[in-house]
Design a protein around this ligand. Sequence first.
Ligand code: ADP
Ligand code: MG
Length: 729
Amino acid sequence: MAHLRFEALKEVMKRHPKSVNFDGIVLSKEFGKNVFNDVTMKEFLSDEAYKSVRASRLSGKVIDRSMADQVSSSMKAWALSKGATHFTHWFQPLTGRTAEKHDAFFHPIEDGRAIEKFDGSELVQQEPDASSFPSGGLRNTFEARGYTAWDPTSPAFIYDDTLCIPTIFVSYTGHALDYKAPLMKAAAALDKAATDVCQYFDKSITNVNATLGWEQEYFLVDQAFFKSRPDLLLSGRTVFGQASSKGQQLDDHYFGSIPERAFNFMRDFELEALRLGIPVTTRHNEVAPNQFELAPMFEELNLAADHNQLVMDVMEKVARKHDLHVLLHEKPFAGMNGSGKHNNWSMSTSTGSNLLGPGKTPKTNLRFLTFFVNTIKAVHEHADLLRASIASAGNDHRLGANEAPPAIISIFIGSQLTSILDEVERAVTAGKMSPDVKTDLKLKIGRIPAILLDNTDRNRTSPFAFTGNKFEFRAVGSAANCSQSMTVLNTIVAKQLKEFKKSVDSRMKSKNLQKDEAIFQVLKEYIVSSKDIRFEGNGYSEEWVKEAKKRGLSNQKTTPYALDAYVSKSSKSLFKEFNILTPEELEARHEISLENYKLKIQIESRAMVDLAMNQIIPACLKYQKELLDGVSHLKEIFPKEFEKMAKAQIEIVREISERVEKTRTLTYEMIAARKRNNELDSVSSEAKGYCDEVVPYFDKIRYEVDKLELIVDDELWPLTKYREMLFIK
Ligand code: ADP
Ligand code: MG
């Protein structure tokens, strides 16, 4: 059989951009069309039911049963009017992206008739058979079910023919089995702590919402190419592949014009995303060929996280229509940029102001400074947790690989804000401050808004950067659920704000300081004690790695080690204090992440072995035989000149022999390393064993195979090459 590679190449040669019919479509009219949003609710719900859903959204108050019946019947009416036939609880289990189990509205009754049925109990709670979702030993098999519970803060939507109800997923023992439940708790903890601190500045603030604006990077490849590469198919990344002679070195893809096939795909999925209420606004090419990015307007955290999950599904589905495949893996191609997910994060008050945005008055400037410095301090205190929150097998390829932020957590704030912090540090004294000093300080802080407006200082190498009115966490992996890192960020900032309030209050009381004096003093302490986390230089440089080490910042390069921060004593007490995750839940999550890491590496390693042994080596030997046949013929025909004439062939034959031998030996060694680490006493040692003893073979084996790709006849090479896959027209 001909190699899939050649079938794929033939297929792709015949491709044309799929046209998308946008006749008469006005995007603003499409927005939210498939969402049971406020407008739709008002139309379909009684006044009373509408108010109760709204109240529950704003305050987290539980909706009572009779109201739930009303809501479900209106939801059903709306869904049926839009042609939906099924409903599902939509949730985010700990591995896999989203899960759903569809039930029909259709319900047979007596006399052979049927009705459409969806009642309050079906809206509020469901019991998916959860025995096969990962639970890290939280549920034993005889208690293998959990339930999903409606999250009224994220509106229901229709996807294809199904009404999807966003839900949290918990076990019967009350343990969280998903990403959403802890995220919502962390958001609530931040709300409480931030609102308390806001009272120093503005008593009319009743709550604070975290906001998230994600940017999603991804690669596109033709569906036929995707299917032709078993490694892509199985692991989402190419384990072999010689760099294309033209890669990203010309930087001509970045912000260049979008290739037509990709453009049509984008327009198509953006329309679908808009209909689902996802406010996608930005699209552009990224640095590497075939790499793109999309970003929506920011939204309230929980909704934004749901929307990111949803958008990843929508992209994949729409891509298939365009004969394309979306790669969300952090590093699908070696030697080129990987993909990340930038999480832009801030806090927004019930009065509509951004707590990380510059203010107009001295009071709001001090408020800005308070939240700004507290965030820095939180990251300083809990950098290890933040690092753990972005750990995954895929992201290990990216962090520190000289194209993405290193695995060292640091914060960039720009030179002007740095000098403001320096001035606060210099000016604030212990005890009472003189009126002159205070006035001077306020004047300086008063300059913040102007500074932020022209803050063009953009350091792209920092994992956590302040960008004018928000922090941007850039080290998040492209395939990750935003909730992992956002749960940690919101929790640590909540903790920090709570500590801050305690310190300020106690100074006001014990030292009889005025409020702003107390605030300045605590901020000064934080500025000094968190200085080490601030870094303005090139985060990709070798000097930074050395400097960070001197500062005592940790540089945890690999997932199984980074994950340990989750189960440290301080992490357990932190998550417990805010009632976000119990020590048991943390242990369970830790175990699931480790297991997941090990399985991913195992799959990649197996894919590598299969490809090397069953495809690469046979192709090499075939080519070698051809060469040797040629050499024999030369010898027959030109017995005297043969040595000179066959020199190149013989050298190639020799190189193939050597590299094939190395590939085979390394492959067997890697298999042995896998075996050694398969039956250890804990998932943690297995994952660490895979990390330390299996992963190092990846580069070594790849090196040999990629060299072979350079010398073996193109006609015989079985794997679709980078240069073929990477340039969508
Ligand atoms: P880039 O990082 O590519 O230069 P922008 O500065 O335009 O991009 O914005 C990046 C993202 O920041 C956008 O997705 C936007 O929605 C988000 N963003 C803007 N303001 C906030 C905010 N207050 N909270 C959270 N995200 C925000
Ligand atoms: Mg960005």
